[in-house]
Design a protein around this ligand. Sequence first.
Ligand code: LER
Ligand code: MN
Length: 275
Amino acid sequence: MKLAVTTCTPEVPVPVPVALLAGAFQEKLQKAALLGFDGVELMTLAPDSIDAAPLHIQLVALGLGVAAIATGAMSFAGKLTLLATDPAVSALAQARLVQAINLAAALGAPVVTVGSFRGRLATGGHNAYARVVSILHAAAIVAERRGVRLAIEPLNRYETDLVRDVEEGLALCHAVGSHAVGLLIDTFHANIEEPSLQESFRRAIERDRLFHVHIGDSNRLAPGLGHINFATITQVLCDTGYTGYLSAELLPQPDPDTAAALTIRHMRECRSRSC
Ligand code: LER
Ligand code: MN
């Protein structure tokens, strides 16, 4: 089980409320390494604008892996969603998803996240569920070829009407029908929607669909500052042999660097108690 921190790539023009680390991009990577993270989750807006080869060299030199290429900034900062009503916006979002898959392959990132970027059923027009299934199916074919996986993230009811918990996520995975499509459990969302955090993790793992994890406490602050018991989660992950990443994706409070430092301190303690 590896620990990562989510941070934005240089082309993201505005601060994303759940990305951490302050400063220029280079500085952020150095801070992630100094704090002791195993990797970074890169929140991108335009993956094609990133020169992967030199970035890969920098990351290797810092001893950092890439936990995921995240699409959250595409919806937050770029207003792009797969289910956008405007066909041109949806087409651009689909093209960016392919770019994200290509960037993940170039940087050795195991997953591309699909959270708020998928859009909503209420504004997705006629047959929105069938449309998202077919869009994800097409993206999954590209992902399979590149050796990358798509991680669909259940979000709480105030942020989505399309996949709010692990059961709905598993149903969407089944409908898409690709071994490259699985789930990302975000503890902040799961704490709101799941009957039991531990059981939801177990369920996704038992179906071999747990591809990635976001960590944030019940109040979306750093683990340890709310009431989620992260040790019980690391225990399940350890017992079931989860070898993927847990990425800090949470509010940058009291500031983006302190939030990252508090996260790694608490999660290292939980991990060492569990494994
Ligand atoms: C948003 O709340 C979130 O958790 C992101 O990972 C969604 O893209
Ligand atoms: Mn998340």
